[in-house]
Design a protein around this ligand. Sequence first.
Ligand SMILES: Nc1ncnc2c1ncn2[C@@H]1O[C@H](COP(=O)(O)OP(=O)(O)OP(=O)(O)O)[C@@H](O)[C@H]1O
Ligand SMILES: [Mg+2]
Length: 502
Amino acid sequence: MYVEKIEIPSFRVLHDVVLEFGGVYDTQVVPLGSENGGGKSTALQLIFVLLHCSAEPSRHAYLQNLLASDTGAWASDQKVIARLTIRIGGESYALEFLSLSNRFLAEKLESPLIAGFDGERKMEMARSSLAQVREQLADLEQIANLPAESQAEEIRQLPWNSRWPRILQAARTPQDVAQSLSYEIAQRREAAKQRNVEFEALVADWQRTTGILTALDYKYITTYRGTPPTEQQARALVCRAPHLGIAKVEELLSSASSKVFLLGPSNQQYLFLHRDARKALLKTKQRPETTKYPAAPTQKQRPQIEYLTSLDEAEGAMDGFYAYDWLSVEPLVRLFLSARDEDFKNAVKSGHYGNRYTTLQEEVNNLLFGKKVRPRVNLSGNVAGVEFVITDESGAETLLSPEDLSQGELKRLMIYAWLRANSASEALVLIDEIEASFHPDWQVGIVRDLHEWGPKNQYLLATHSYELCQALTPRHVRELQPRLRRSEASAPEVKEADAGHG
Ligand SMILES: Nc1ncnc2c1ncn2[C@@H]1O[C@H](COP(=O)(O)OP(=O)(O)OP(=O)(O)O)[C@@H](O)[C@H]1O
Ligand SMILES: [Mg+2]
């Protein structure tokens, strides 16, 4: 999948964004520049989450968080979040993602809705409240069938209803207990009937709501709410494509979800995380005074672990997301394990071990300057980790653990390993702050690296690196508003209207 055009009319800091990527270049590395706060990270995260999460209900929470962060949407009945023209299987499709309010629905109907886009949440609440009453009714009916003498004791065992002790105290004989019991049963039967009517009404309401979307060829994705959540604020995210039916839109969203990747640093705000987790990133609190750490202005305790845990969960739920400086060599270990498995499969099939494992080792060695990788194998023969070896002129070896590598070395290696381990091919790869911790030569080199590692991928790199942009011709570079200010005197001459340097 490639993206041919990105249009974001208005989303948080982004306004009237139009990025075009020309015809389909075989390989595209496109640096995306802007001043600080220009919206690069926002744009990458929006594109990623829309394409990666829409087809997967288990990822909808990330869409909901991201959309809820766009405070500008609440006043509008219908807002275009983004228009993404993607190319899949040699064809181009313009996917339009819209956010709709209940007022949008109201205009299409003669009689009002009960819940509209708040329907799913309300149905869930009504369903669980109906189930609760039914369970209580079943408990009581079971007790009513027991001999009268044992009923009081059985009622006492029930884990629900704090009124039981009072009821049982007032009931002096087993007949009194039986009478209270039948009163409670009658009450619950009435409540179950009532709640069932409410639930059925919500189901019908939801059918009307989704019926309007279906009639318009809008693929319903999810509903989301603002903060603090209020009923009026429930909105829906839908997707449509001109002249295409819902089934085709579903198929496109599903194909796109496995062909888009986002890599970024772990210490930045990800709008798709829950608001509370995002707040945790910026928190500091005073370390409680202990004899070991007397209170002092510098004794801060960092509660960012909450944020990192959410980031970890996000990586688990979204296959295409990777916080590349989360300094773990797990992607490289995974790669060696899968190469070993492939070789074994080959041996079973043809009687000859394949050479994927050794080829991989050579490939990794070529990435490292002056070091060699050595997979660490445990007693059961599994790759359990990796080590790195430096050999000096006399042939003496120094063994390095992953934590002995530099930040930049590890980051470059992990980007390579993660992209390979996740089979990122013919995919849109979005990378934020790629130049961080890279020497200027490496900032130039990473463009060549990405070409080599995934020659059929399209890379969109949010960057401030002049060096990285210099590795490409100006026509590759895209810029977001606010554009980079260049002083008249020192401005480099840029021939193409849209070309700039990040
Ligand atoms: N609801 C909002 N509406 C408009 N702008 C917002 C909203 N919330 C945050 N912003 C602004 O959006 C900007 C954040 O944009 P983003 O992080 O995408 O920029 P960036 O180009 O990645 O910057 P950097 O180069 O510093 O990483 C900030 O300037 C922030 O103040
Ligand atoms: Mg940024």
